[in-house]
Design a protein. Structure first.
Length: 196
């Protein structure tokens, strides 16, 4: 199936350098969709040389956006592992697409795997959400329903995917410094109490 066919099946086709997620979707979600498209063994992409160039362009834009997001979110405190993965994946997505279609497919799969590794590494560092459906941001009313990524039962706190730290008995701390105390009964998430 070519990218033209994918447009008809719901995947957006964007001009090179102009990949942007639909309203309400994050850069990580858009990147995961492109990665899944390239790595899906049931779909033969790219079908043409132009498809190969378009998909590589999308992967490059996603990579750039993820890198910008990592640097902005961490304010210069990006972990060494994220930095290393960002550099390694950047080297791979920066290589020109081969003219031979079978070599282009192999190269795209390698580049998509590198972007996937970057997403996983950034997700583990709490810089992006890789859950489906995507976790609500810390600013959403239902922020407490985000997946816990770290639990410390001994001290009674959990860190959620959206960066919120929940304290079992005293409330929560949001990434922007906002605090809150539990004002009503605490719902249970994964067997632990969290503020509503």
């Amino acid at each position: 199936m070519s990218l033209t066919g994918l447009v008809r099946t719901g995947f957006g086709h964007h001009a090179p350098g102009k990949v942007s997620p639909l309203p309400g979707r994050s850069v990580a979600t858009a990147a995961m969709e492109t990665v899944a498209l390239v790595l899906d063994e049931t779909v033969v992409v790219p079908a043409t040389d132009q498809d190969a160039r378009d998909l590589m362009s999308r992967l490059r834009v996603h990579h750039r956006q993820l890198g910008e997001g990592a640097r902005a979110a961490a304010s210069g405190l990006v972990s060494g592992r994220v930095t290393d993965t960002l550099r390694t994946s950047g080297e791979l997505v920066g290589v020109p697409v081969p003219d031979d279609l079978s070599k282009a497919r192999d190269h795209l799969q390698s580049a998509a795997s590198a972007v996937k590794d970057l997403l996983v590494t950034m997700g583990a560092a709490g810089l992006v959400c890789v859950h489906q459906p995507e976790c609500p941001p810390a600013t959403a009313p239902d922020f407490h329903t985000a997946h816990p990524v770290l639990r410390c039962l001994a001290t009674g706190y959990s860190r959620l995917c959206n960066g919120v730290v929940l304290f079992e008995d005293t409330g929560y701390l949001k990434p922007n410094g906002g605090i809150g105390s539990p004002s009503r009964p605490l719902p249970r998430v994964g067997g632990e109490s969290v503020p509503a």
